[in-house]
Design a protein around this ligand. Structure first.
Ligand code: G3H
Ligand code: ZN
Length: 342
């Protein structure tokens, strides 16, 4: 199969896109002005791919934070707002089925308008084309198709089909949607593991396959396995194979955005080095879950007679906000909102 060259993502393309969106939305600007600016139209004007492109150029990473309840989303958004950072918020299949995809999208849109933050809503580890289609119909602006459990060629073929579908949607509906693929065997789940982690080298992403996968599938982003795993491991932190990441970056160049899943429990120095070596999106779930759960437990213990939900939940919201804020600072995306042309 001949290697297909991906179109270069140039800033010219982004400018043209923004101009088009501007002119298409002129009636909305007028309505906004008539409504005294209360009707926020700016939200139509951000391109999720531009957010990752700026991170790639500026050598920082955007946090992708999982949520399954309204207050967890609120906590993440408030942290990002305070730190003037772009963010990605994600729902896995389970999280999306608990909250509802349309409901998640409506909440994100409401927070985006209220805070004027460009919030990317991402489907995390979507394993079937049906789920991907559902997320896009609900309004998600990024999707992660995870075919990493499949044999390589099957993963490539299915991911390519997803990419083709998304490109069609982008064309028809004048939208921009990030497509992320995954290569390698990522162990664990987003919880605290008692057993020690052992990542075998054959589980890790091969640089040659990464190059081939990106060229033939046309994905925007690639999730790599370089010693990372889902969850936090009680017996020792995850250790990244930074040499492998460097090799992957060399062969991939800037043809795709590199993504690090399993961001919880990775030593801070490894996270910083990984960002220097080209990681532009880092997924965080377990550390938010642990902060949320521990804060609720503590609150109920301290105030056992309290029954008002928002009083019980306030410390949990604060705890999630603190963890999200720490990650935003670690990833270097604080104050990067100003780089965006919105
Ligand atoms: O897709 C979600 C992330 O990879 C979360 O990983 O639970 O280790 O933070 P984590
Ligand atoms: Zn993940």
């Amino acid at each position: 199969m001949p290697a297909r060259r991906l179109p270069k993502r140039t800033s010219g393309f982004n400018e043209l896109y923004l101009y088009l969106v501007f002119f298409i939305n002129i009636p909305l600007f007028i309505q906004s002005a008539l409504a005294g600016g209360d009707f926020d139209i700016w939200i139509f004007m951000f391109n999720p791919k531009e957010i990752l492109k700026l991170a790639q150029t500026g050598k920082y990473a955007i946090g992708s934070f999982n949520f399954s309840t309204a207050e967890i989303l609120k906590a993440i958004v408030l942290a990002a707002k305070e730190l003037k950072s772009p963010i990605i918020v994600s729902t896995s299949e389970g999280e999306a089925s608990f909250l509802g995809m349309r409901e998640a999208a409506a909440l994100v849109e409401a927070w985006s308008i209220a805070t004027k933050l460009p919030i990317i809503l991402n489907l995390d580890h979507g394993k079937t084309p049906e789920l991907i289609k559902k997320a896009i119909a609900a309004g998600y602006s990024a999707i992660h198709f995870d075919g990493s459990h499949l044999p390589y060629l099957e993963n490539l073929a299915q991911t390519k089909k997803v990419v083709d579908y998304v490109r069609g949607v982008e064309k028809t509906f004048d939208r921009q949607i990030i497509v992320e693929g995954e290569l390698g065997y990522l162990r664990g789940s987003s919880s605290v593991h008692k057993e020690a982690l052992k990542v075998e080298s054959e589980d890790m992403t091969s640089p040659e396959q990464a190059e081939d996968f990106i060229a033939h599938s046309g994905v925007d982003s690639l999730a790599v396995v370089i010693g990372n795993a889902h969850g936090v491991f009680a017996q020792g932190q995850e250790q990244l194979d930074l040499g492998r990441l460097d090799e992957i970056r060399r062969v991939v160049g800037t043809q795709a955005f590199l993504v690090l899943h399993g961001g919880s429990g990775i030593p801070e120095k490894d996270i910083k080095k990984a960002i220097k070596l080209g990681i532009v999106k880092i997924n965080i779930n377990t550390e938010l879950r642990v902060a949320y759960k521990e804060a609720i437990e503590k609150q109920i213990k301290e105030e056992p007679t309290e029954t008002t939900p928002y009083k019980i939940m306030t410390p949990a919201l604060e705890a999630v906000k603190i963890v999200s804020g720490e990650k935003i600072k670690l990833f270097g995306s604080k104050n990067k909102l100003k780089d965006l042309r919105i």
